[in-house]
Design a protein around this ligand. Sequence first.
Ligand SMILES: [Cu+2]
Length: 128
Amino acid sequence: MKRMEIIGALLVALVLVAMPVGVFGYQLSGQADQGCKVIIMRTYENGNPMPPETRVKKGEKVCLRITSYDVTHGFVISDLGIDAGEIHAGKWSKIEFVPTEAGTFNYVCSIRCSPMHSRVRGQIIVEE
Ligand SMILES: [Cu+2]
């Protein structure tokens, strides 16, 4: 009986360790391109894009690797004239640009992804 309890505890520990490692590894797999920042699109109901803010430097090339955690999203930074098109769940898109002015630029989802679609947004903060 004791042995079964130990095996059970080990299985629980394995799940508790394996799940975060798997999720973290999945997120990192999008960082194959060195220097690219990762944005994971999520519906408002699932917590909105992660991270909510992405900081970049004015005048330096920005590489964004974007994926979706749940459903198909869009990714538009209208003030920078950027439209990454459809972002499919589990697939990666990559965009590159050079910001020429500092400031905070909102990006939004351009595809109706959920009832709270209009609240799906994040920020690109361009620093001097
Ligand atoms: Cu949406």
